[in-house]
Structure formats: C-alpha cells, structure tokens
Design a protein around this ligand. Structure first.
Ligand code: DLZ
Length: 287
C-alpha cells in the first residue's frame, strides 16, 4: 500500500539546514516528524498533497520543487520578509504568469536551493474541492475509552488504535487509555473525558456479541446514542470503534485478523476529525 512520497535534500552546512527549516516554518508548513541520530538529522515539512510528476517533452519549470499555494501574494510577502531578516545572499524573483494559466515566483532562501511557489489564475481551480482533515496526529491529545468485556478483542482494538496514533506522530504522553467494565459504561467515561477539556478527540472501543448479550438491541442503541450525544453536546469529536457481531470469530476478524482492525480505523478517523475541526475553525476565522 502506497503511503507517501518524500523528496530528500542534503544541506551543505548546518547553517543552511537551520535556515531552510526556519524558512519553511515561517511559511506555515506543518512540521513532520523529523529525526536526529549519530548519522545526522532531518527536518521534514508536510503538504496536504504529494505529487511526483514525470514529464515527456520540454521541461519549462524553473526548479524541481514546485509548491502550489492558494494565496501567492501573501506567501511572497512572508517569503520576502523572511529573506530580509534571515538571509544576506538569498534571492527572490518577480511574480510572472506561466503558460499553464498560473502565476509563479522563485526564491532561493539559501544559495543553490531554488523553490517555485505558484497558484492557479482561476481561483476555483486552485481551491481544494473539499475541506478534508489530514492524518498527522502531532500536537493532538486523545482519550481511548476501551471496554474490558471481551478483552481478547478489545485489547487488540486498543493495540490497533495505539499503532495508528503513534505512527501518525502522536506522543505517548498525549494518549490516555481509560478502561471501563463493558460497552454499557463507555458513554459515561467518554462524556467525562470530553468534558475535562484535556482531549482533542475521544476514541471508543468495545465489542457487543449478539449471541452472548441479553437485550442486545437495547444495549447497542443506548451505547451508540450515548457516544453520539456526548460528541454533539461537548463538540469534541468521538469515533466509534464498538464492534457489533454475531460471534467471537466475526469480532476477531474485525480486530486485526481478516478484515482490518476497527481500533486502527477509529483512531485514524479521530486524527482526521481533529484536523478537520481545526481547518473549519481556521476557515471561519479567515472569512
Ligand atoms: C453484561 C454484558 C453482556 C451480557 N454482554 C456484553 C458484551 O457483549 N459486551 C460488553 O462490552 N459488555 C457486555 N456486558 C457488560 C455491560 O456492558 C456492563 O459492563 C455491565 O452490565 C455492568 O454495567
């Protein structure tokens, strides 16, 4: 399964490395995980979309790093300000129109590293078709509410959720694991966690087995309603990782055997929803 495309650039000096990281931060790029070890260090910066493009014919772009933006003039202003404060020998070009119905400027924040920023002339073309959350969990705090009933399943769901959160950049300390006796108790703990104001999202995990559960429908409806109500009344995103299965075998399949891991999916949905809430808030402020 393809996950991401990474372009790697080696900087020639530590100063150049710091400058490039400072430039990308100043422009508001989301910071990726980065790394540091005996071999060196890496700063990574994320964009919502990655695109590796092969071209047949004449290549008429000024550099091989093209960054599409939706507000080119504001980006240029920030870039210019950064240059005046941080770089004696950086360069920035005028903004010009391209043959592909867009405007573009190039910048060398440090000599030899050339970047092109561009936007479509037609604003509708440059706008993302939909507002969508990203899957980086950096800087987010989560509560996972996991039932102990059928722990052989819920422990696997929990592992799936932790895997998704930590692999997406959440810090261990930013993930609280809250165990409750059974699915019936999930809404109450979820509500308490959401109301505490400590978490950006709540992930609920449990399993209800029809064969083993008296009043299955009533319990299922109440658990679902309680989680939904907590989400709506607190405004904190809650995701639903409560399996409802006929048999233990079916539940095992959905907890990492044959049909994915519902805990992983619920955690990924939580990350996406936190990111989406932030974007919706940012859009509302910008308007
Ligand atoms: C009692 C019960 C039953 C019969 N079945 C389940 C189940 O399939 N899944 C689950 O998570 N919990 C079950 N429980 C426990 C209730 O959710 C609850 O924890 C207890 O009734 C105590 O209130």
């Amino acid at each position: 399964m393809i996950k991401a495309i990474t372009v790697v650039r080696q900087s020639s000096t530590p100063d150049e490395y710091e400058k490039l990281a400072s430039f990308f931060s100043a422009l508001g790029f989301e910071k990726g995980k980065g790394w540091e070890n005996a071999q060196g260090r890496g700063s990574s910066f994320l964009a919502p979309l990655g695109n590796l493009e092969f071209v047949d014919g004449q290549l008429s772009v000024p550099t091989d790093i093209l960054i599409e933006v939706t507000s080119l003039d504001s980006v240029r202003e920030v870039a210019q300000k950064w240059l005046s404060q941080n770089s004696l020998n950086g360069r920035i070009s005028e903004t010009t129109e391209t043959y592909w119905k867009s405007r573009l400027f190039t910048i060398e924040p440090v000599p030899g590293v050339s970047l092109a920023f561009w936007e479509w002339l037609d604003p509708l073309q440059g706008k993302p078709a939909a507002l969508e959350g990203d899957l980086s969990a950096q800087g987010m705090r989560f509560a996972i509410i996991a039932a102990r009933w059928n722990a052989v399943i819920t422990d696997r769901l929990l592992q799936g959720s932790l895997d998704a959160l930590l692999r997406s950049g959440a810090k261990k300390d930013d993930v609280a694991i809250i165990r409750v006796p059974g699915a019936w108790e999930i809404p109450s703990a979820a509500r308490k966690a959401a109301e505490s104001g400590k978490f950006n999202a709540i992930i609920t995990l449990g399993v209800l087995l029809r064969g083993e559960t008296a009043h299955y429908e009533a319990i299922y409806n109440e658990v679902t309603r309680g989680i939904g109500q907590s989400q709506q009344e607190t405004g904190v995103p809650h995701t639903f990782g409560v399996l409802t299965c006929e048999t233990l075998e079916q539940a095992l399949d959905r907890a990492g055997l044959k049909m994915g891991n519902k805990g992983f999916e619920a955690a990924a949905a939580a990350i996406e929803m936190v990111s989406l809430h932030r974007k919706i808030e940012a859009e509302a402020v910008a308007k």
